[in-house]
Ligand binder design. Structure first.
Ligand code: ADP
Length: 450
């Protein structure tokens, strides 16, 4: 086991990782920008190192500074959390080179899955169903038109290096296609320095269902069931639940089995999430995330497993702590992402939290790095916490959420709590009848605040 882990992240996930390390008796190193000197993960860590000014490129994304922090503190492993360098193959490679363990998969697997075209080709090879589309990158508009006509419109143009919904454009007809291709290419070039794009059939009413997997790097792998993350705005998840209200046990075990089998073939190491769109009973692979996800707590709630602890154990060379037949699913869990944003327009609302009272009680978990008096800096993601409820049934979760949202007090800034109050009372949400476009339609149908 490791002696000291450096946590290359901030906010609630830095704290989440820190807690797992503490329970394992591992010393922790926090890194932070000057804007985060007062952050909770810095206060609770055994040691902390300031790695630069507020812009992420000069701190949380700065590999030489992170390496220097490892060297100064003598950390023998790095947990990257999610976002920032968590899916940066070069970072993993450099750490490997310096004999510091990257708590995650091999740099090779990160690289394959980070290129969506390579990831899709790999998925096909491993027997995972994919969205129909172009075989690889599309460089020629004439060729693109031919493929689109064969698939039928609408089609989606996607960036090979995409992430966070950027570089993605829908073409509804022949007339839209060349503009969709050129805007997706230039957006992708600007955001990722790579203008390679590919095409997929645009699914009209899918759900986003993802499967959580763990591998030990030796050819053993298990799946921990699925999460339904269909409530999205601008391709960003807002609320997640497990299990998906759209699947029955047979479907769950079938897709889980396919994914776990693929990970065995790949000799995948660590935590991963294989994301699918699900429409009319069929699954279509869209991408694989080779890291811990924001929404991992809903899986922890229904399986009783600590995913970060498992990541750390596997990275230290231990085998998987569970076999597939040991994994059971208990009840239901729902997560609400609490963002420092105005509820309907999602405009960021940084500033000082003048009062903070999180809910508690049976089946309630709040993962957050903030506290009363904390000033949310304007430089980073607006996620300030996650409210996760667990109950015997989906209905019990919704009742619990209602209670928790009314108990939750955050003063001084605006948050997305009022939005969740509306959502959990909506009959479509109560009935579990929503797809990836539902939230955008709901937001467009009502008057906007601010
Ligand atoms: P990113 O890495 O940018 O998040 P993904 O491939 O994971 O991109 O897709 C993000 C979201 O975009 C999905 O959850 C879904 O809402 C939408 N999306 C992606 N591919 C398709 C598709 N072929 N048809 C319809 N919607 C899609």
């Amino acid at each position: 086991m490791f002696d000291k882990v450096l946590i290359a992240n901030r906010g609630e996930i830095a704290l989440r990782v820190l807690r797992a390390c503490k329970e394992l008796g591992i010393a922790t190193v926090a890194v932070h920008s000057t804007a985060d000197a007062d952050a909770m993960h810095v206060r609770l860590a055994d040691e902390s190192v300031c790695i630069g000014p507020p812009p992420a490129a000069e701190s949380y994304l700065n590999i030489p500074r992170l390496l220097a922090a490892c060297e100064i503190t003598g950390a023998d492993a790095v947990h990257p959390g999610y976002g920032f360098l968590s899916e940066n193959a070069r970072f993993a490679e450099i750490l490997e080179h310096h004999k510091i363990t990257f708590i995650g998969p091999t740099s090779e697997h990160i690289r394959i899955m980070g290129d969506k075209i390579a990831a899709k080709a790999t998925a096909i090879r491993l027997g995972i169903p994919v969205v129909p589309g172009s075989k690889g990158a599309v460089t020629d508009d004439g060729e693109a038109l031919k493929i689109a006509n064969e698939m039928g419109f609408p089609v989606l143009v996607k960036a090979a290096s995409g992430g966070g919904g950027r570089g993605m454009k829908v073409a509804r007809s022949i007339a839209d296609l060349s503009l969709a291709l050129s805007t997706a290419r230039s957006e992708a070039k600007a955001a990722f320095g790579d203008d390679a794009v590919y095409m997929e059939k645009y699914l009209q009413k899918p759900r986003h269902i993802e499967v959580q997997v763990f591998g030990d790097g030796q050819g053993n792998a298990v799946h921990l069931g699925e999460r339904d993350c269909s409530l999205q705005r601008r391709h960003q998840k807002v609320m997640e639940e497990a299990p998906s209200p759209a699947l029955n046990d047979a479907q769950r075990m079938k897709i889980g089995g396919i994914v776990a089998n693929a990970m065995r073939q790949l000799k995948y190491r660590g935590a991963g999430t294989v994301e699918f769109l699900y429409e009319d009973g069929e699954f279509y692979f869209i991408e694989m995330n080779t890291r811990l996800q924001v929404e991992h707590p809903v899986t922890e709630a229904i399986t009783g497993l600590d995913l970060v602890l498992e990541q750390i154990r596997i990275a230290s060379g231990a085998p998987l702590s569970v076999k597939q037949e040991d994994i059971t699913f208990s009840g239901h869990a729902i997560e609400c992402r609490i963002n420092a944003e105005t509820p309907r327009t999602f405009r960021p609302s940084p500033g000082k939290i003048t009062y903070w009272h999180p809910p508690g009680g049976l089946g309630v978990r709040v993962d957050s790095g903030v506290y009363q008096g904390y000033k949310i800096p304007p430089y980073y993601d607006s996620l300030i916490g996650k409210l996760i409820v667990h109950g015997k049934s989906r209905n019990e979760c919704l009742m619990r959420l209602r209670r928790c949202l009314s108990e939750f007090v955050i003063d001084g800034i605006e948050t997305t709590i009022p939005l969740f109050n509306e959502l959990i009372r909506h009959s479509d949400i109560v009935d579990g009848m929503y797809d990836i476009h539902w939230l955008e339609k709901f937001l467009a149908s009502e008057p906007k605040d601010g």
